[in-house]
Design a protein around this ligand. Structure first.
Ligand SMILES: NC(=O)c1ccc[n+]([C@@H]2O[C@H](COP(=O)([O-])OP(=O)(O)OC[C@H]3O[C@@H](n4cnc5c(N)ncnc54)[C@H](O)[C@@H]3O)[C@@H](O)[C@H]2O)c1
Ligand SMILES: [Fe+2]
Length: 383
């Protein structure tokens, strides 16, 4: 019987302090590092939650003077990062802590980049080779996840959109890894049902897409298989009747997904991204709806990988149809829709969505090629 009350340390790839109560180690850690003026980056919702207030109080009780920056958008934009960077400089900060979901942690990471890298922020876009300019110092950077989904806490990239065009840019560099992660499942105990389900399905998608993505990366594949096992065992419970065990499994499973997806993602994320840029759909929800269709598309020719995934997730059958059915069932059991029309997509959106999905950066890593026609067909069948 696993004891979920023990705080464990895992060192792959970042130092991860994982377990119930781990966030209490944040203040002593800062003190030990000689840091006392962190910029705490969060979002306008988390800033009001009790656990956040408690974290701030604990910092102050250790003679640390945090400055909170929380004016960020749901899908973060460049001006959020520039404003946060200005606050860092104006208030003479010595470190950055991202506390929240993927949005808050991404903004925190992008601010960390901004401090000593003063080109236009989007010149650091990885898709145009911008990582070559990430050569300077990065302030001491810590992450504290409060959702179990993106795994941004162990990531090296920040997804930031253009204020006007809403086009997403990826700021990437290994230098943007957090120095330490405090992953405390207790912070997710009150996470609302919808967010638990949607972020959890994002994490499941990361593990599944990474497992079958192109390339030789057995370390990531091993992590992805166990990551999908942790999530499939716990997502229904965590959503409908959360307890420490289910919240813990979701948090470690999502973190594993993000470690694994350095191998790559695939067709499902390419289907999901345009929904967020065009219709502002939550990233996890967009993945959740598209996952069954994307996996049904991928299965033929990948029978061996699918049978290993089915074993990991305790599914009875690994055919494309059956696996899609099991994934539909997971969405339904967690209260998520299974059709695009239920999240505001209309027939007239499909052509634009397909061309945006085809232009997306994820599907070149999909195990099989995806054509423009394939994207149209996938959206049609999901509508
Ligand atoms: N860096 C990466 O590798 C990566 C990967 C995928 C997605 N992303 C980005 O991550 C973002 C999505 O992140 P997300 O899915 O975590 O959503 P999110 O950060 O938008 O959070 C979802 C909602 O949950 C609320 N919330 C967070 N923690 C809570 C808690 N403990 N209790 C109650 N409410 C809480 C937030 O205030 C927000 O309203 C997007 O901006 C996406 O582009 C980043
Ligand atoms: Fe994702």
């Amino acid at each position: 019987m696993t004891d979920f009350n023990i705080i464990r340390q895992y060192n792959f790839p970042t130092i991860i302090r994982f377990g119930a109560g781990a966030v209490a180690e944040l203040a002593p850690h800062l003190v030990a590092q000689g840091l006392s003026k962190p910029l705490v980056v969060t979002d306008p919702n988390v800033v009001q939650l009790d656990f956040f207030k408690k974290i701030l109080a604990e910092l102050k009780a250790s003679s640390i003077s945090p400055e909170v920056f929380s004016s960020i958008h749901k899908n973060p934009v460049k001006s959020d990062v520039l404003k946060g960077g200005d606050v860092f400089v104006e208030t003479s900060r010595d470190s950055i802590i991202g506390i929240g979901g993927g949005a808050a942690m991404d903004v925190a990471r992008a601010i960390a980049l901004r401090i000593h890298h003063r080109r236009d922020l989007f010149e650091y876009d990885d898709l145009i080779g911008g990582d070559q300019y990430v050569t300077g110092e990065v302030p001491y950077f810590i992450t504290v996840p409060t959702t179990s989904g993106t795994g941004s806490e162990v990531g090296r990239s920040a997804i930031i959109s253009d204020d006007e065009t809403h086009q997403k840019k990826i700021l990437f560099s290994p230098k943007l890894l957090a120095k330490i992660v405090f992953a405390d499942p207790l912070l997710t105990m009150e996470l609302p049902q919808f967010i638990t389900a949607a972020t959890g399905m994002d994490a499941l998608t990361h593990n599944m897409e990474a497992y079958i993505a192109k390339g030789f990366h057995p370390l990531c594949e091993g992590i992805a298989l166990e990551g999908m096992a942790q999530i499939s065992q716990s997502i229904v419970q965590a959503t409908n009747k959360p307890d420490l065990a289910s919240r813990s499994k979701m948090m470690i499973g999502s973190l594993m997904g993000a470690v694994a997806f350095q191998k790559g993602l695939g067709v499902v994320h390419s289907l999901a991204h345009p929904l967020s840029s065009l219709l502002d759909t939550h990233h996890g929800l967009a993945n959740a709806v598209n996952l069954p269709y994307g996996m049904r598309f991928n299965q033929p020719g990948l029978e061996k990988s699918f049978s290993k995934m089915a074993i990991a997730m305790e599914m009875k059958d690994s055919t494309g149809e059956k696996m899609a059915d099991e994934l539909f069932a997971l969405n339904q059991q967690t209260g998520l829709p299974i059709k695009l029309r239920d999240i505001g997509v209309k027939k007239e959106h499909l052509e634009t969505l397909a061309s945006l999905a085809f232009a997306d950066f994820c599907h070149p890593n999909n195990p099989k090629p995806v054509s423009l026609k394939d994207f149209s067909n996938l959206y049609e069948s999901a509508l």
